[in-house]
Design a protein around this ligand. Sequence first.
Ligand SMILES: NC(=O)c1ccc[n+]([C@@H]2O[C@H](COP(=O)([O-])OP(=O)(O)OC[C@H]3O[C@@H](n4cnc5c(N)ncnc54)[C@H](O)[C@@H]3O)[C@@H](O)[C@H]2O)c1
Length: 437
Amino acid sequence: MEKPNTIAPPRGKLGVLLPGMGAVATTFMAGVELVRQKKAVPVGSLTQLGTIRLGKRTDGRSPKIKDFVKLARLDDMVFGGWDIFPESSYDAAAKAGVLDPHHLAAVKQFLSKIKPMPAAFDREYVKMLDGKNVKKGKNKYEIALQIKDDIAKFKKKHGCSRLVMLWCGSTEVFMKPHEVHETAESFEQAMKENHPAIAPSMLYAWAAITSGIAYGNGAPNLTVDIPAMQELAHKHKVAIGGKDFKTGQTLLKTVLAPAFKARMLGLNGWFSTNILGNRDGEVLEDPGSFKTKEESKLGALEFILQPHLYPELYKKIHHKVRINYYPPRGDNKEGWDNIDIFGWLGYPMQIKVDFLCRDSILAAPIVLDLVLFLDLAQRAGMRGIQEWLSFYFKSPMTAPQLYPEHDLFIQLMKLKNTLRWMQGEDLITHLGQEYYD
Ligand SMILES: NC(=O)c1ccc[n+]([C@@H]2O[C@H](COP(=O)([O-])OP(=O)(O)OC[C@H]3O[C@@H](n4cnc5c(N)ncnc54)[C@H](O)[C@@H]3O)[C@@H](O)[C@H]2O)c1
């Protein structure tokens, strides 16, 4: 793809549309509002706190990313979305129990005004949930058209110049690509025939893309990872990205595994288990939804360690992932990893990681960054899969002929070099010979 010539400046309001307004979505919106009120620092957000080095190490040029690429301002963001539960985002945030009372109180007025639109939902795809705030229609196509209508009305009501949609809804049952996903035409026909291979998340994605709106996928759902959506994204000049926010355990996995490989240390096994007690944990109790998450969490190691290139080190890895719903912990997940590595002459060693994390606190800044970068990509005319946003995803989408890059630091380099490329700056290779000439 050619470098974008000029990137349209972020004028006017940016509408942020969130299908699924539970723990992650409400923690994200509350956080943006607290930052706008100057009551909090956007910790965890590369777009807000990160800098980017330009030119040589001796040049001393390291602007903030948000100034370098002219990202939308937090003050210009307006929020909306859909959920099967009709409560306001204030009630949803209070129920999620992520934020302390003083933070909730500071955003009560703001979040109380955000009420979810009726959702496109079907229990066949998320078995553990049931709610009444749901759209009705003759078939899936009609429901998708209703979502398009919601989008158009939201845009008009809030006077948005641009919109981005980011899925923060539940994990759906595991689905494999089906022949109806092959082309835009077969996909549309399948919606009209209520085909089971069309999940609710796909209706939102179809509505967004055909409305010219970028779509990001925070869950491991198949959604836009199918040829039909990619065809539509090119046709409607829309940026898409996914899948599944890389927050806690997988974030650490994609830091540690590259370190083992860099030092040529072997790996016999990696056992990862989690306890969590939020609604996401409850949804993942269903084996169908768990399978979707499991596939997403399992992929990283194989791609990073490349056992076909290093059979002596990584041929026989026992990789297991478990998620246990345990209500007392709420959103405060505990993720344990037992890692069996081996070193010189094959002597075994063990590493134990115990990450007492907060799921939505880790996810919220990722939502913010994805919204801002997808809006940037859209303004820059970059369409289709945005592989440079792999940094944020557990199972990054790529072109069909490519394997995904999972190593966090390769992903970060790719992201920053993409920003440099967009602005016509030299790419940074870290060669550095010129300093010694
Ligand atoms: N928090 C993390 O660290 C993290 C990391 C990676 C991925 N995720 C994913 O992000 C998503 C959101 O997580 P969460 O903790 O906010 O879960 P949550 O259960 O609190 O919120 C999800 C919301 O989506 C709604 N929903 C489900 N199907 C819907 C539909 N078809 N249309 C509209 N709304 C729908 C549910 O009613 C619920 O309110 C999950 O899929 C989760 O797996 C979270």
